[in-house]
Write a protein that binds this ligand. Structure first.
Ligand code: SIN
Ligand code: MN
Length: 290
C-alpha cells in the first residue's frame, strides 16, 4: 500500500496520517488474543504501572511472539512508511501499550525523537511511529493527542522525567505546549485526537508532540506502537537495553498481505529467552566502520 501524493502532502503539513479500520476484526483478534499471556509474564520487558500490577508497556514482542513478529513485517504497516522514509527500514522499537481500564496512567507531552536522540544517539528524525489500535479508542479511554504540524519545529527542549510515571521519558515543558497548541489553532484544531475502531492505524512523525491522559473508563486501550528507522540512520549508542532500543539493523523482509491470518514461518530469536547481551548498556558512542 503506497501513499498517494495527497497523503504525502497531508503528512508533511500535519505530521500524521490516520487510517481507521486498516486491519479487519479477524486480523486484530489474532493480536488481541495473544496479549494476556504476554502481559502475565514476569519479565523485565513488561513495565508495570506505578503502584499497580497493570502492564503499561510490553517491549519487543516481535522477538518472541508469532502474531506480533508477523505484524512487524506486515506490508499494510511497512509500505506506507517506505513511501515516506525509503525502502531500507529496521525495527527500532516495538511496544504493546496497555492503558488498561481504570489503571492506565498518563503519557506526558513528548516527542519520540527527543528520546531517540538523547538516549540512543539516532542521527536524524528519519524514523516513523506507527500506532495500531487493538481496542476501540474513544474520548473515554485515554486516547493519544497530537499538536498538528508540531513536527515542523524539529527537536524542542525536553527534561528527563524519571518520577511522574513508571517509565522514564524526555518530556516537554507545559508553557511551550500551551504556546504550540495556540500557534496550531488553539481551540480550533490546535489539538487532535484520532478515535476509531480496533484495527485502526496512525503513522506519526518522530518530532510530532503527543501525550495521552489516564484511562478511568472500564474499557482497555491496548495499542501496538512500532518505530521503524531508516537503516543508515541506525542508533549510535546502546545506553538503553536492547529490548527497548534494538541493535539489529538488518532491513525488514515483508510477508504477504494475509500474514496475520495464515501461518507463514517467521523467526523468533528470543522465543526461549533474551540473551544476556540484550541487557548490557553503555553510554559510549559506537565506533563505526569507515
Ligand atoms: C507513547 O507515546 O509512546 C505512548 C503514548 C500512549 O500510549 O498513549
Ligand atoms: Mn511517544
Amino acid at each position: 500500500m503506497k501513499l498517494t501524493p495527497d497523503q504525502l502532502a497531508q503528512f508533511d503539513r500535519d505530521g500524521y496520517l490516520f487510517f481507521p479500520g486498516m486491519f479487519s476484526a479477524a486480523e486484530t483478534k489474532v493480536l488481541t488474543d495473544a496479549v494476556p499471556e504476554l502481559y502475565a509474564r514476569r519479565e523485565v520487558y513488561n513495565v508495570r504501572e506505578k503502584g499497580s500490577d497493570a502492564v503499561r508497556t510490553n517491549f519487543a514482542a516481535h522477538m518472541y511472539s508469532e502474531p506480533f513478529a508477523r505484524l512487524a513485517r506486515h506490508p499494510r504497516m511497512v509500505e506506507p512508511v517506505q513511501s515516506l522514509l525509503g525502502d531500507e527500514l529496521y525495527m527500532h522499537q516495538f511496544k504493546i501499550n496497555g492503558k488498561m481500564a481504570f489503571n492506565g496512567d498518563v503519557w506526558q507531552w513528548h516527542q519520540d525523537y527527543g528520546t531517540w536522540l538523547n538516549d540512543d544517539a539516532m542521527p536524524e528524525a528519519r524514523a516513523m511511529n506507527i500506532a495500531i489500535f487493538l481496542d476501540d479508542v474513544s474520548e473515554f479511554n485515554g486516547p493519544l493527542m497530537f499538536i498538528p504540524g508540531s513536527h515542523r519545529k524539529g527537536v524542542v527542549d525536553a527534561k528527563h522525567d524519571l518520577t511522574t510515571t513508571s517509565y522514564p521519558l524526555w518530556t516537554v515543558d507545559h508553557a511551550l505546549i500551551a504556546e504550540m497548541v495556540e500557534k496550531a489553532g488553539g481551540k480550533n484544531g490546535g489539538l487532535v485526537s484520532p478515535h476509531g475502531p480496533a484495527g485502526s492505524m496512525i503513522l506519526f512523525h518522530g518530532c510530532l508532540l503527543h501525550a495521552s491522559g489516564s484511562n478511568l473508563s472500564p474499557y482497555n486501550r491496548v495499542s501496538v506502537y512500532l518505530s521503524l528507522n531508516a537503516v543508515d540512520n541506525h542508533i549510535r549508542r546502546h545506553k538503553r537495553p536492547e529490548y527497548i532500543a534494538h541493535r539489529d539493523f538488518t532491513p525488514l523482509r515483508l510477508l504477504p498481505d494475509d500474514c496475520l491470518l495464515k501461518d507463514y514461518p517467521v523467526e523468533l530469536p528470543w522465543k526461549s529467552g533474551m540473551p544476556a547481551s540484550a541487557l548490557v548498556t553503555s553510554t559510549d558512542e559506537l565506533k563505526l566502520a569507515a
